[in-house]
Design a protein around this ligand. Sequence first.
Ligand SMILES: Cc1cc2nc3c(=O)[nH]c(=O)nc-3n(C[C@H](O)[C@H](O)[C@H](O)COP(=O)(O)OP(=O)(O)OC[C@H]3O[C@@H](n4cnc5c(N)ncnc54)[C@H](O)[C@@H]3O)c2cc1C
Length: 528
Amino acid sequence: MAAPPSVTLSPSQLARLAGIGEERTAGVGDVLYRVGDQRYPFIAILEGEVAIVDAAGEEIVRHGASGFLGELNLLSGQTVFVTAVVAEPLRYIAVDRDALRALLWEDGPLSELLLSTFISRREALQQVQGLGLEIVGPQSSEPTLRMVEFARWNRLPFTWRDPAHDEAAAKLIAGLDAAELPLVRLPGGVERQGPSTGEILRLLGVGRELAPREEVDLLVVGAGPAGLGAAVYGASEGLDTLVVEGTALGGQAGSSRRIENYLGFPAGISGAELTSRAVTQAFKFDARTATPFRAESLEEFEDRYLVRLEGDHVVVARTVLLATGAQYRRLPVDGLRDYEGISAFYAAGPPEAQRCGASRVGVVGGGNSAGQAAVWLARGGALVTLLHRRADLHETMSDYLIRELDRYGVVVRDKSEIAALHGEDGQLESVTLKSGGQLPLSFLFFFLGALPCTEWLDGAVARDENGFILTGAAAGADHLLETSLPGVFAAGDVRSGSTKRCATAVGEGAMAVQLVHARLAASRARVA
Ligand SMILES: Cc1cc2nc3c(=O)[nH]c(=O)nc-3n(C[C@H](O)[C@H](O)[C@H](O)COP(=O)(O)OP(=O)(O)OC[C@H]3O[C@@H](n4cnc5c(N)ncnc54)[C@H](O)[C@@H]3O)c2cc1C
């Protein structure tokens, strides 16, 4: 079982926390907070020890003097996934969450220490079996697979119980019809049958409500690096900005194991950390984010735009930024669905890496994301083979990553495409290559490029032959990021011709805000 790391505070940091918190004591066996609680204070330990245990009472980690408790949910307000029990007589400082937030804006080093610890603790908790959400449903149930994928994208600790391999799970859902699946059990005992993803997020305290009709200056659709970049710049410059996101704040960057090329992080930064920081920054500037709300259509409405969201919500906006990114491609082989989520994945996160340790793993794709995943899995102990279509990996992958593949013993197979998958009950055993050979592989990871998330726009804005949104001269627009509709902009991966990189997406999001200001000023001048 992975132990979330224990980190200590300096005497001066403890003194600062004492200044805004309350000193308290607790006896052995006292519970400071428990699984399912809606909130808890930040706790810095002066003397004594606290054991962090799961719902079954199994100890995960212990924190002692100068240590502190908490993980990401302390800042996000999400339901608590673990219980904190006093193990040695305790003297501690309790700091209310809002007071802590305020201190974090002022104290950079403390903010750095807490945030990076909270993020790495969340990663560690994701690897602890039996923690967090329990999703009960078979692989044949689409809504079950959607819920599993959703939990993964939102980096929630979860356990998927498939009745095909789990008798107790089969009993739990006996008698439920397809519409009542999956059965989702939340920390603290709340259960829901066939819930929407939005319902689960709101029950966990993460999702936000929207009024049935909202009116804003800038509506940002999609909260990846481009959308969050626009949110931070828009909100910090006083624009009335609303961001709607269909899945998880942070976008696909969150699934990158290590982003090495983002300016300002010479040692690299994990996608989860970069996006968690961006989300926290957006909250700091009071950007309004609403999730999960998928945009379903865009139309002109008087001198503004009307965007319909799932769940009968509408947003009327003076300007719109389309930042919906692109989605991974699936491999066109029979039966792939049977393996997805069990032994075939589209992102290499901590839970997957843990499952794959010491197994034979195939990573499919020739781009940098495939290279990063292959290195990460190999570092975790897997025996990794990278399969790609072209004759030379240098055509598609950065040199530094090719050197890393070599360093971590990743076998690279050029001109290799998968023709068939073989296995049982979703567990892969081998693959047949188009060239005829067979490879024993227990897990596959796909990194095959992306399709733009633009189908919902229908014909509302001009798009290129691959569906990416045209902007600037190509769309007959005046400005670089403007689409064929004046006042509607596009930024990031969804934009035709954009460089598919985090830094570009953030930069375009920021630039779009300047164009929005210009557009709003011009329409105010017209009215005057
Ligand atoms: C595994 C992996 C590794 C990567 N590694 C790197 C790297 O090392 N360096 C680097 O620079 N880049 C890397 N990238 C690329 C980088 O992540 C993207 O370029 C970046 O995320 C693009 O940002 P974006 O905001 O344009 O789109 P996204 O991050 O895709 O965000 C778009 C958001 O819009 C939401 N959305 C879609 N449709 C709707 C709708 N209808 N309504 C509401 N919301 C919607 C999506 O749910 C998503 O959250 C990597 C990508 C992957 C997948």
